[in-house]
Ligand binder design. Structure first.
Ligand code: GLY
Length: 289
């Protein structure tokens, strides 16, 4: 079987932003599922889906990233596969068009995480698309938001026909944070993790609090005895205890989806070979209705 679930961030979505969030998630889902339906790998599916989100100014990643305290875009992204436990991550990178693709290239390296100018130099060495760092600043009209304090990191987890589980994240971080600040999104065990025997998970939310409570590690520890929704619910309760807001998605080796959030909204889309009709929701409560 194959299965894919992705999210557009734990955040607040106003009524006039709902369509952009739903359609953006569905476009990304369609790119990822096309790979899986064609027999491709979960790595390619997660990268393809996140690249679509990185092109969409409705989401805080790639083009449309929020700005740090110096008014600049600094991005983090990561990808992990659950067979070899290989991890590739980039942090506070500037001037690359698709951070998730740089993270994907890092997956082949012994180094798991590269930051700042070194990350851009690595992207250049691999022939990946570079851009003017300022070219990633979408206008407020394009983003249709302009509020501060949103935590809309994107993420995707997928299972391919060969049983490979992959988790990926991409983010512009949080608004107005210090130059060089690193959140959870490129830290394995915090913002994401994948283990073919247990499952794969990706989070969005308050990076510092997600890291303090190692949310992805908590989910991995709970999966098995607990289902994916329960495991995520437990992790979200932990982050809430220290005042954090988060949303997470998970997938088990047998293709069961989980998603939970304590943010007001959390745009999620998913589909699988068993359930090919794509589903998209902005809140967990909508799924239950
Ligand atoms: N969750 C994204 C960040 O805190 O950077």
């Amino acid at each position: 079987m194959w299965a894919i679930i992705l999210h557009g961030g734990a955040k607040e979505i106003e009524p006039d932003e709902a369509d952009a969030n739903r359609s953006g998630c569905l476009r990304a889902l369609s790119a990822g599922r096309a790979v899986l339906e064609g027999g491709g790998s979960a790595l390619d599916a997660v990268e393809a889906a996140i690249r679509v989100l990185e092109d969409d100014p409705a989401f805080n990643c790639g083009y449309g990233s929020v700005l740090n305290a110096a008014g600049e875009v600094e991005m983090c992204a990561a990808i992990m596969e659950g067979r070899t436990f290989n991890v590739g991550g980039v942090s506070i990178v500037q001037g690359v068009r698709h951070p998730v693709s740089v993270a994907r290239a890092m997956l082949e390296e012994e180094t798991t995480l590269i930051a700042g100018p070194g990350a851009r130099a690595f992207a250049a060495e691999k022939g990946l698309e570079l851009c003017d760092p300022a070219a990633l600043r979408a206008s407020k009209d394009e983003k249709k938001r302009g509020r501060t304090g949103t935590h809309d990191t994107v993420g995707c987890v997928a299972l391919d026909r060969h049983g490979l589980l992959v988790a990926g994240t991409s983010t512009g971080g949080l608004d107005d944070t210090p130059v060089g600040r690193v959140g959870d999104s490129a830290l394995p065990g915090c913002g994401f993790y994948a283990d073919n025997d247990l499952g794969a998970v990706a989070f969005s939310g308050d990076g510092e609090r997600i890291a303090r409570k190692i949310l992805a590690a908590r989910v991995m520890h709970a999966l098995g005895p607990q289902g994916p929704d329960e495991a995520l619910g437990l992790a979200i309760r932990h982050v809430a205890q220290i005042g954090g807001e988060a949303g997470g998605i998970a997938l088990t080796p047998d293709g069961r989806f989980g998603w939970m959030h304590n943010s007001r909204e959390f745009a999620v889309a998913y589909a699988s070979s068993d359930q090919p009709e794509p589903r998209v929701y902005l809140r967990k409560a909508e799924e239950r209705e």
